[in-house]
Design a protein around this ligand. Structure first.
Ligand code: SF4
Length: 416
């Protein structure tokens, strides 16, 4: 049931967390389904999720018999040890012929090349593609589709797509990250569970209190972004040249997904059939009523600002359809005088005549930089990572710091 608009094939791409869900999804209005195998993908929390090799074989055959496509996520970041499994899995996948793999780690490109495998490749959102040069480089390496970065707007996609003739897939509905793709280390830092290896504990969804200068700010979930919702903007996505409309939700249940997929599928078909009398809001109310969070169009029309932050349902620690609590906020640990003394002692003891320990500190304000200097820090990183209404360092402040006698080494550290 292929769908075309202006001779361009349009695809609704749906997620399947496991084989049972897949069987429900494949007969819904999706044109293509994506899922992961038991290893090497970005949803590694639950043992009963993802598909075994035998299930992958059956899923591909079922999808192809219905004229639908299958994309397999091999989109983890890999260690050297993982590559043995990756090699085996890639050889298996070439035999069973999914329509494409969704990848993040460059080692997969190299392995496919070395093993002489014939597999279509889509660059995962985790590759964080933002510019033409990267697109061209990926094209040379055999990538045929870009899953657009979540922080990229439709106008930019239009331009990139026109200049590169690359296929673009766009997150159309579902859970989003507050951080740019693959740039979030929060879960790894707190739990040792990396979001770049499919183990994110979602600390960004916690209820944080922001205290500063004696004030407690009226924040609730300051890092928890709303869910992406492009149901009412499908024409703009088609105009931007996007060919694949991706629904997020490999941890969601069949019931929730099938209704959502069918609403989006019906909307795409209605628009293709009659763009002039197209009703954008036909199922908007029912999608709104079954939402998990509030909705936003994310970065589709430019930077969303504070309006992208969700203030509902968060901080409960319940993230799965089972309602299982798996991640709870902890009390923030104060850095006590004793702890500072202990660090100083350790540094002192570790220092030998041939090897000198260097103490580096990252600071966000002039006052912090001065304090670090007084504590005789060797290197001070002047970070530009401030949140409004604070501003990063002014030129005057930086010059002022360099004039202070006990000069440490300063490094300007701007992320954007
Ligand atoms: S902590 Fe939040 S922003 Fe970071 S990867 Fe996990 S879900 Fe995304």
């Amino acid at each position: 049931m292929s769908r075309f608009f202006n001779n361009k094939k349009i695809e609704l791409l749906a997620p399947a967390g496991n084989f049972e869900i897949f069987k429900d999804i494949i007969t819904s209005g999706a044109d293509a389904v994506y899922f992961g195998g038991k290893k090497l993908n970005m949803r590694m929390h639950r043992k009963d999720y993802n598909l075994t090799n035998d299930e992958i074989i059956d899923a591909i055959s079922m999808a192809h018999s219905l004229g639908k496509k299958i994309y397999v996520t091999v989109n983890n970041l890999f260690s050297q040890q993982d590559l043995k499994d990756a090699r085996k899995f890639l050889v298996f996948l070439e035999k069973v012929k999914p329509d494409a793999l969704i990848i993040q780690d460059f080692s997969i490109l190299e392995l496919i090349n070395k093993l002489g495998l014939n597999l279509n490749l889509h660059s995962s959102v985790m590759m964080n593609v933002h510019n033409l040069e990267t697109i061209k480089a990926l094209r040379k390496l055999g990538v045929t589709r870009i899953v657009a970065s979540r922080d990229i707007d439709l106008q930019t996609i239009y331009a990139l797509q026109n200049q590169s003739d690359m296929e673009f897939e766009y997150f159309t509905h579902g859970d989003m990250c507050v951080a740019h793709g693959a740039q979030c280390l929060y879960s790894a830092l707190l739990f040792g569970k990396s979001s770049n290896r499919g183990l994110c504990m979602k600390p960004c969804r916690w209820n944080f209190t922001v205290k500063k200068g004696g004030f407690i700010y009226p924040t609730e979930y300051p890092l928890a972004v709303k869910d992406m919702y492009m149901y009412e903007n499908l024409p703009e996505m088609i105009e931007a040249g996007i060919v694949s409309f991706k629904i997020e939700g490999r941890m969601r249940s069949s019931d929730y997904l099938v209704n959502l997929i069918n609403s989006y599928s019906d909307a795409i078909s209605r628009y293709i059939d009659d763009p002039i009398c197209y009703d954008r809001r036909k199922d908007a109310q029912s999608i709104y009523e079954s939402r998990k969070r509030d909705f936003s169009t994310g970065y589709a029309f430019g930077k969303p600002g504070i309006d992208n932050i969700n203030r509902r349902y968060e901080g409960t620690g319940k993230f799965y359809s089972t309602g299982k609590v798996f991640s709870k906020p902890m009390e923030e640990i104060e850095v006590s005088e004793e702890r500072i003394d202990e660090i100083k002692r350790t540094l002192h003891n570790e220092t030998t005549s041939s090897q000198e320990a260097i103490l580096s500190v990252k600071v966000n304000s002039y006052a912090q930089a001065k304090l670090a200097l007084e504590e005789e820090v060797d290197t001070i990183y002047l970070s530009g990572e401030t949140f409004e209404p604070d501003l990063s360092f002014s030129k005057k402040e930086i010059l002022g710091l360099t004039k202070i006698k006990k000069v440490a080494r300063y490094i300007l550290h701007f992320l954007e």
